[in-house]
Design a protein around this ligand. Structure first.
Ligand SMILES: [Zn+2]
Length: 325
């Protein structure tokens, strides 16, 4: 199977950490190493994901260990890119490149500890994981750094201090779980202080196509585009629309805006009782379905260059620029 896809977000690590007897080969994860291989995935971003609650830092550390364990236990199946050449050759390498990211800064900083502890814990994660792709300050809710996507709260003082700290690192800021107010607050703080920070949305669609708070309004999408960021399109049906192929309408809209779009499928394990009407459309519901999506896009008339940009080039170029330029 030829590799052709690079993806900006999945939750295999929180599955491995949170579910008893979880295996990286279990299909219920929807992004198992086998499914990634079947889907032609050359590079997969592995998010360290926690909700804001006591114990979040411990959960984050455990997920970082799972990332390292994947690399040490399955060196014949996965590796992590450590230089520009690795990224350059990602499509020729038969193994899957794993890239770490952090979804919610509560993964390294508790609500009630000194901020300096949080920075030290972030440094430790960075030391362990190697390169980190992005950090989103929040998840759905509010934390000490700012307001998540289900709030109207903006950037807080601790959020400003965190951005100042991140300015010395090559880690992008992810807007996928930011409230609009938080996204604007981050942009304003970056501009006011001339911080060399890149902004992206790792797994969000467009609000102009399907209205949902997790989708990007055009002005925030445009700000990401103007600053050279990428936008990862997600498969969660709540953010896609009424049918799976509405995902192509999001792609079309992004194309009109001039966005550098990438895959940001956001595959995760869930229990049916928590999502009675399901999370995904059957058509795009596990990592083997990148093939189906590619076929659907071809049939929709998406040009060859646009396909390779969407499935690999945009993400690989962004990472090369972020880490090695
Ligand atoms: Zn998410």
């Amino acid at each position: 199977m030829l590799h052709f896809a690079a993806d900006a977000h999945c939750d295999l690590l929180s599955y491995l950490q949170g579910v008893p007897n979880a295996s990286p080969f279990a299909e219920e994860s929807r992004c198992s190493l086998t499914q990634l291989q079947q889907g032609g995935v050359a590079l997969q971003t592995m998010a360290i994901f926690t909700t804001t609650q006591p114990g979040s830092v411990q959960a984050g550390a455990q997920q970082a260990n799972h990332f390292l364990q994947l690399l040490t236990r399955y060196p014949d199946k996965v590796y992590t890119p450590t230089c520009a050449e690795h990224l350059q050759n990602v499509l020729r390498e038969p193994r899957i490149a794993l890239v770490a990211a952090i979804e919610n800064a509560s993964s390294f900083c508790l609500e009630n500890e000194p901020l300096q502890n949080g920075f030290q814990q972030l440094d430790k994660l960075e030391h362990q994981l190697g390169k980190i792709f992005y950090i989103s300050l929040t998840h759905h809710t509010e934390n000490r750094f700012g307001g998540g996507n289900y709030t109207n709260i903006g950037l807080k003082e601790d959020g400003k201090r965190l951005l100042d700290y991140l300015a010395n690192k090559r880690i992008a800021i992810d807007f996928s779980h930011a409230s609009d107010a938080l996204a604007y607050g981050i942009l304003e703080h970056i501009d006011k202080n001339h911080l060399p920070l890149k902004v992206i949305a790792s797994h969000s669609n467009f609000r102009a196509v399907h209205h949902h708070r997790r989708n990007l309004p055009d002005d925030i999408a445009k700000a990401i585009i103007q600053r050279g960021g990428i936008i990862g399109l997600t498969w969660l049906k709540a953010y896609v629309g009424n049918q799976p192929t509405d995902l192509l309408r999001h792609w079309q809209h992004g194309k009109r805006l001039g966005a550098a779009m990438v895959c940001g499928a956001d595959l995760f394990y869930y229990q049916p009782k928590d999502f009675p009407s399901g999370v995904y459309f059957e058509r795009y519901s596990n990592a083997s379905n990148f093939l189906m999506l590619k076929e659907d896009m071809e049939n929709f008339g998406v040009q060859k260059d646009d396909l390779s940009n969407f499935f690999t080039t945009n993400l690989i170029s962004f990472l090369k620029n972020l880490w090695f330029n």
